[in-house]
Design a protein around this ligand. Structure first.
Ligand SMILES: [Fe+2]
Ligand SMILES: [Fe+2]
Length: 343
């Protein structure tokens, strides 16, 4: 059931039942978006008077801010990764409650995209990456309308997917130069190491442990450790792989500077042919790109401007307003988005 409701009587936490378009037929928000305060403010600015909302899906919002939940999760992840390194058991309650509190934040999509880009820090990559992949994976799970338990499993898989890296030496993990073949082989062991340690816990579902094992497999069988095609048909590994790619590309690493979500979208597009699961990439594309509207960006011609339109078919080719001028990157292929300016 859906209701047409006046924007001025809307409360944050209500779910959009239909895609919301602007007067010039631009997709503003996809159906399923949970309305937050920023959306409400933008409705007022754009002169949107009524929207369709899902009737009974009033969502209980957490009272904690995104930043607080993220900081708490960071502490939790640090402690359980370090405990694993020391050979101690993984505390199921701690893992589950971390996933629960992150899942609560996933209800606010705009917050997720803004939040994780602000929270990325170079030296804590292993920890922030675990949280980001967990959040993104649960977001994709929601978009795909998976069951609550599957979404939680995705959250756990994301949080623990690189757990095995605690057994790899910091020297290799943080090496700024190109890895030697031997070092790369060493890093590749993290999928199996993570899987094995999870199987020993007794409470981790085999599907989650298997998702960890298969998160570097590829659709065409070119991945590792087993070379299985289609991610060994694990229901979560293909989702983790897309979120893993997105977060890795957009994060600062010791050996590479972070790249913009536009570049990430480009790479994910290319990888969707044979490497990443195309259906999941498509979800990622169509749902993520509207959030890029309003981003401040630097273009390859060094001009700075605001993204005013993102086409979900060609998300890396937005229309950017610089002063009074518009640059349509779909038409002018000589320019691309160099970076998104944070803040
Ligand atoms: Fe990994
Ligand atoms: Fe990863």
């Amino acid at each position: 059931m859906m209701l047409k409701i006046k924007v001025n009587s809307l409360q944050p936490g209500v779910e959009l039942a239909k895609n919301l378009f602007s007067d010039d037929a631009q997709l503003l928000l996809p159906a399923g978006t949970v309305i937050n305060q920023e959306h409400l403010d933008s409705f007022a600015k754009r002169g949107i008077i009524e929207v369709f909302v899902a009737e009974e899906k009033k969502v209980k919002r957490s009272t904690k801010s995104f930043d607080d939940v993220y900081d708490d999760s960071l502490l939790a992840v640090k402690s359980f990764l370090m405990e694993t390194k020391l050979g101690q058991p993984l505390d199921s309650q701690e893992v589950n409650s971390t996933v629960d509190s992150l899942l609560n934040q996933v209800l606010d999509e705009l917050n997720v995209f803004k939040g994780i880009s602000v929270m990325k820090g170079k030296d804590e990559y292993l920890f922030t990456h675990a949280i980001n992949v967990s959040i993104l994976a649960m977001l994709v799970g929601r978009w795909m309308k998976l069951k609550e338990q599957q979404i939680r499993d995705l959250g756990i898989s994301g949080l623990l997917h690189d757990l095995g890296k605690v057994f790899i030496s910091d020297e290799i993990l943080n090496k700024p130069e190109r890895l030697t073949d031997e070092e790369y082989e060493e890093i590749k062991k993290h999928s199996t190491l993570g899987h094995d340690v999870l199987m020993k816990q007794g409470w981790v579902s085999p599907e989650v442990a298997q998702a960890v094992l298969y998160h570097h497999e590829r659709t065409d069988g070119s991945g590792y450790p087993t070379g299985a095609t289609n991610y060994g048909n694990n229901p979560y590994a293909a989702i983790i792989a897309v979120c893993d790619a997105f977060d890795a590309i957009t994060a600062d690493r010791v050996y590479s500077k972070k790249r913009s979500p536009f570049t990430a979208a480009d790479i994910i597009w290319e990888e969707s042919f044979g490497k990443l699961n195309p259906a999941i990439c498509k979800f990622f594309y169509s749902k993520m790109t509207p959030f890029l509207i309003g981003s401040q960006v630097t273009l390859s011609n060094q001009l700075q401007g605001t993204v005013v339109f993102v086409d979900t078919i060609q998300p890396t080719r937005p229309i950017v307003k610089v002063g009074e001028e518009f640059f349509n990157l779909a038409l002018d292929r000589s320019i691309h988005v160099l970076e998104v300016i944070d803040g």
